[in-house]
Design a protein around this ligand. Structure first.
Ligand SMILES: Nc1ncnc2c1ncn2[C@@H]1O[C@H](COP(=O)(O)OP(=O)(O)O)[C@@H](O)[C@H]1O
Ligand SMILES: [Mg+2]
Length: 247
């Protein structure tokens, strides 16, 4: 794999909250075009890792390299454009309650682009089609099912066509049908070249859409390998995750 391009690199990240050490030297590379599944027990710092990557949390030590810059050194002002390229899909979709689906999706376009109203509308329409929510433009978040809220949240997170998408437990709380719909949406994005990190306790879903899996344990990346190698690993810790005993 000599031609593997690195989309993002996390290098020796340390992070503690008071006495509580969360990361004690986390390092990994995210390849261009891959989905990296990230497993770890509850409270092992998966969400904190994603927040560090988009700069909502600063590591105490270490670097996060993206497009030739160390994101940990950037100011809020410098991070603003970075957040159009690295997007975070919040657990519940995090839609604005008082805005319709269309207004929710249009929001990042109004905030970050100079597109005309017609162009914004056309883009929102295309996005709604992608997530199987055509004709939902005028609904309010409260009028959507949980599955639709998550898909609308996904659509809003990707409408600026980010290079890297961070998913924090996107299938949590979804029934099998809605899980499948969401995974199908993510697969479509992957076919278009999306790169992403998929944090989850949902091992079957992660195996289905990931290229590689990383397991975070005791503040470090315990293992990072292809889905096939993870599945046939003899390492007891890896096996406990694969069998679902460790979530
Ligand atoms: N802002 C914060 N202040 C203090 N402790 C935090 C903060 N954010 C996360 N933590 C702690 O860091 C640990 C890792 O949290 P988190 O990344 O949310 O875990 P998970 O792997 O379940 O996503 C937890 O013990 C959590 O309580
Ligand atoms: Mg979490």
């Amino acid at each position: 794999m000599n031609d593997t391009q690195i989309a993002l690199e996390v290098r020796d990240v340390h992070k503690a909250f008071g006495e509580k050490k969360v990361h004690s030297g986390v390092s990994f590379e995210l390849h261009q075009g891959e989905i990296l599944g990230l497993f770890g027990g509850s409270g092992t710092g998966k969400s904190v890792m994603l927040r560090e990557i988009i700069g909502l949390e600063k590591p105490d030590q270490g670097s996060i390299l993206f497009e030739g810059r160390d994101l940990t050194t950037l100011t809020e002002w410098e991070l603003f454009p970075v957040r159009t390229k690295i997007s975070y899909v919040f657990q519940n979709g995090a839609l604005f309650d008082s805005l319709s689906v269309e207004e929710n999706l249009a929001y990042p376009l109004r905030e970050h682009t100079k597109l005309s109203e017609d162009e914004i509308h056309a883009k929102v329409e295309r996005m709604l089609e992608l997530i199987d929510m055509k004709n939902s433009n005028h609904l309010l978040p409260a009028e959507l099912s949980g599955g639709m809220q998550k898909r609308a949240g996904l659509a809003r997170a990707i409408i600026l066509e980010p290079k890297v998408i961070l998913f924090d437990e996107p299938t949590a709380g979804l029934d099998p049908l809605n899980t499948k719909r969401l995974l199908d949406n993510i697969k479509k994005l992957k076919e278009r070249g999306m790169t992403g990190i998929f944090v989850t306790h949902d091992i079957p879903s992660a195996f289905e859409i990931s290229d590689r899996i990383a397991i975070i344990y005791q503040g470090k990346i315990h293992v990072i390998d292809t889905v096939e190698n993870i599945k046939r690993s003899k390492d007891p810790l890896v096996q406990s995750f694969v069998s679902g005993a460790h979530s």
